[in-house]
Each structure stands twice: as structure tokens, then as C-alpha cells.
Design a protein around this ligand. Structure first.
Ligand code: P6P
Length: 289
């Protein structure tokens, strides 16, 4: 199944074809380096390598006007302005959850394709998806029409699910950060939720969101007492995941509105992120109001 726009399909195909190579390239690149990403987080060798690999390939696609990455301070202008030309801006988190390399747990590559210049609101997304490096390598891809899941092997992708939707009865929850750092209202919500759902938290957003898409529930990285904007990045994590979960029949929220409505101010803005079944998000927003 291909995406309708040939440039967007080329972007998606480039990322999906790179997944097997990225997975194999993780071996031997697990060490931290003396560099930090623009969010001030320590990088591992694989972060930099995956960003260079994807950046080179995506910037070479005719019709890609901008490339941006969680690992780069600035947007790479590599073609026409997506705000005026019909070209696209690609925002990538090359290795979401790369800290999980140390413990050999799931991690992923997140991407969003915007028809506007970055930083952009999530409602400028035309497609978003992620690669999950789990026991097998899969891709979840959301378009305006549907959400599909693929198995990836050797550069090829096989569709295994079309019209992927959240189950109606939620099962799992997982929240980032530490309980003492959460605002009291969020702590009260978490206590309410833990009595209804099973805790599943893997420490890499993509693995945790994939569990919510599979079983139903909620994943969140809330605002903290010490950092009300939370940890996750709007352009590279919040918008793509919000787009995917909303098209799978769920909801997203920064605590008061859809993540896709959050106005960006700069490329590496952080935002509180909550995605999952609509009633769970509504109860959260009521509690935080
Ligand atoms: P914590 C990984 O570093 C990440 O950006 C997300 O993938 C993940 O959800 C979050 O940070 C985990 O943060 O504070 O729980 O380690």
C-alpha cells in the first residue's frame, strides 16, 4: 500500500528501507559520546550515525524542502520552502529511546512529514509514523485515511494490519518521569488509573505507544513540577505520535488541548504528551483543568 503523494511515498519508503540497516548498525555503536543533543541529552554513537544516514538520504529526495532532527540544532534547508512551494518538511527522531540500547530494550525511529515550514503545528502533518526495533522490526504509518502496520525485512515492507484502531477497552498505562516530580493533580490521576489498568512502561516512547495501540490504554510524559513543559519534543515526538493515535481513533493532549493544536515557538520546544483512549484523555483533562 503506498501513500498517495509520490514525494511522501518516497520519504516513507526511504525510511522503511533504512530500518534493517539501522537495526544492524546499532551493534558496536552503543557507547555514549562527549556530545549532547540540542535538548541537552547525552548522545550515543548510534544517535549521530542514524541521523547522518537518514539525513543524507532524505535531503536527497526531490520535493523535500527541509530536514530536521532531534539531534540537530537547526533545520536543514535543502530545497524549496515547504511553506510556499508544495515541498515537504521532514522531522525525525532518528533513535527514540536510544538510552535503551544500554539495556537492550525496544526503541524506535519517529518521523513526521509536514506541508509547512518547521517548526510547524501538528495539523500541518500529512503523514507520520514510526519504526519499532522490537523482537521484529515493524513500521506503523498514519495517513489522513488510515493507520497501517508493516513488518520490515531486508528493505522490504509487508502490510500486516490496515485500519489499525485502539481497542475500546483499555488495558495498559505508562507514564514517564518520577512520581515526586509530577504535579499533585497528575499524581491523583495516576493513582486512579493504576487501579484500573496494568502498568507497562519501557522507557522508550515508541515501545510504550505501540503497547497502547495494541492493547488500549494511555501513555504519557506529563509536565513536571520542575519542568512544566515536560521532556518530549513537540516537532519530533508529540506531533507525530498525536497524529498517529488520533487517526487510530484515540486522542492526544498536552493536558488541555490536542497536541496537533499546540503552537510551536521554536524547533526543540518540549510539551507534556498524553496519548490513548479518548475517555482516559478526557478524564485527565478534567482533572488538570
Ligand atoms: P525517562 C527517551 O529518552 C525519551 O525521549 C522517550 O523515548 C521516553 O518516553 C522518555 O524519554 C523516557 O524518559 O525520564 O522515563 O527516562
Amino acid at each position: 500500500m503506498t501513500v498517495s503523494d509520490p514525494v511522501v511515498e518516497s520519504i516513507v519508503a526511504t525510511i522503511s528501507r533504512s530500518a534493517t540497516e539501522i537495526r544492524q548498525g546499532l551493534i558496536g555503536r552503543r557507547s555514549t559520546v562527549d556530545e549532547e543533543n540540542p535538548s541537552g541529552e547525552t548522545q550515543v554513537e548510534a544517535d549521530i550515525w542514524a541521523d547522518e544516514l537518514l539525513g543524507d538520504r532524505l535531503r536527497a529526495i526531490d520535493g523535500v524542502g527541509q530536514y530536521a532532527s532531534e539531534e540537530r540544532a537547526e533545520v536543514d534547508d535543502c530545497g524549496d520552502d515547504p511553506a510556499t512551494s508544495g515541498s515537504f518538511a521532514v522531522a525525525v527522531d532518528p533513535l527514540d529511546g536510544s538510552s535503551n540500547l544500554k539495556s537492550n530494550n525496544a526503541m524506535g525511529t519517529v518521523f513526521g512529514v509536514y506541508d509547512d515550514a518547521l517548526p510547524a503545528r501538528g495539523d500541518a502533518l500529512v503523514t507520520a509514523g514510526y519504526i519499532l526495533y522490537g523482537p521484529i522490526t515493524t513500521m506503523v504509518l498514519a495517513t489522513e485515511e488510515t493507520v497501517s502496520e508493516y513488518e520490515l525485512t531486508g528493505g522490504e515492507r509487508t502490510v500486516v494490519e490496515t485500519d489499525l484502531t485502539l481497542p475500546d477497552d483499555p488495558v495498559v498505562y505508562g507514564f514517564g518521569g518520577r512520581v515526586p516530580d509530577w504535579p499533585e493533580d497528575f499524581q491523583a490521576y495516576a493513582r486512579e488509573i493504576e487501579s484500573e489498568l496494568k502498568l507497562r512502561y519501557g522507557g522508550a516512547m515508541i515501545g510504550d505507544v505501540n503497547q497502547v495501540l495494541t492493547y488500549g490504554g494511555i501513555f504519557g510524559y506529563p509536565g513536571l513540577e520542575s519542568r512544566p513543559e515536560g521532556k518530549l519534543r513537540l516537532q519530533f515526538e508529540g506531533n507525530p505520535i498525536g497524529y498517529i493515535v488520533e487517526r487510530a481513533g484515540g486522542r492526544s493532549s498536552d493536558g488541555s488541548q490536542s497536541l496537533l493544536s499546540v503552537e510551536p515557538t521554536e524547533l526543540h520546544d518540549r510539551t507534556p504528551v498524553h496519548v490513548g483512549n479518548a475517555d482516559l484523555i478526557e478524564r485527565l483533562e478534567d482533572r488538570l483543568a
